[in-house]
Design a protein around this ligand. Structure first.
Ligand code: C5P
Length: 272
């Protein structure tokens, strides 16, 4: 198969990112993304083994540039799968959703700082001190950029209420914005939120914040939510200001993953 050779264009230098965004006319991002749809799609490798994950990577045959390694795959396969993805030229989003006391989270960030991931998640709900400790730990050379997860896309207002947050009609929205502001003041420069709040988050955070949106379902498949509650199409999410989209099961469980991925890339390109 053709291996992906092109390197992605997410700059770690904000000045270079801004310049590039201006020269390419990117609307959101974040400053750091080109209008190339491939830069904006992250395929979630939610598999129990490296073999199964790499099989999907092979089937996608270079049509995607970013892969997300989450808890399921990382706990089963560890750094080996990240090394393999990097060897093939892909960028890795390590979605560990760290949430613990500041000292422990900082240690975890240090432990994965040099494994080759470009993005790493922490839970904003861990609080400002925890996120600040993560930011300090991620100052190491080559460490991933940090994203703070606001409210999981699998939660709706009723579930949020059940864990003691809100009660007001717009509690979910308010909570996402509260966590986004907390993350920013802790020095985090990327957020994970759903397509339902991304427009408000973009308005509050400005154009440079990297906004990553999971819970994406291809246009016309709105009925297939799996365990997700706050879902939208790629077109909707990008039009509302998302920088990058995370897509798992619609691609990984498809009989023709490359075809589904191509459709989502076309949706993204149409919305840029
Ligand atoms: O299969 P699906 O497209 O629903 O996968 C979404 C991916 O995004 C999963 O890997 C999940 O862990 C992740 N995610 C999410 N909601 C968040 C953060 C991450 O669904 N708030």
């Amino acid at each position: 198969m053709d291996k992906v050779t092109a390197q992605p264009h997410v700059h770690k230098d904000p000045a270079a990112a801004h310049k590039q965004a201006q020269s390419t006319g990117a609307k959101t991002g974040e400053g750091s993304l080109r209008t190339d749809a491939k830069e904006r799609l992250i395929v979630a490798l939610d598999f129990p083994s490296a073999d199964k994950a790499m099989d999907l990577v092979d089937r996608l045959d270079g049509c995607c540039r970013w892969f997300k390694v989450g808890m399921e795959l990382y706990y089963a396969a560890g750094n080996r799968v990240i090394e393999e993805l990097r060897k093939r030229g892909y960028e890795v989003f390590l979605d560990l959703k760290l949430h613990d006391i500041p000292n422990t989270v900082a240690g975890a960030v240090r432990s994965v700082a040099d494994v080759g991931a470009s993005l790493l998640t922490v839970h904003a709900g861990g609080g400002e001190q925890m996120m600040h400790a993560a930011v300090q730990a991620a100052r190491a050379p080559g460490a991933p950029k940090l994203l703070a997860v606001t409210v999981l896309t699998s939660m709706d207002a009723a579930e949020l209420r059940a864990v003691g947050v809100g009660g007001a009609a717009n509690a979910l929205h308010t909570q996402v914005l509260r966590l986004a502001r907390l993350a920013r003041s802790a020095g985090i420069n990327g957020l994970v939120c759903s397509a339902e709040e991304v427009e408000a988050v973009r308005a509050a955070m400005g154009p440079e914040m990297l906004l990553v949106v999971p819970g994406i379902r291809p246009a016309g498949s709105a009925g297939q939510r799996d365990d997700q509650r706050r879902v939208a199409s790629a077109t909707e999410a990008i039009a509302r200001g998302a920088s990058m989209l995370v897509v798992g099961r619609p691609i990984t469980e498809s009989a023709n993953p490359a075809w589904v991925a191509a459709g989502i890339l076309a949706e993204i390109a149409g919305a840029l």
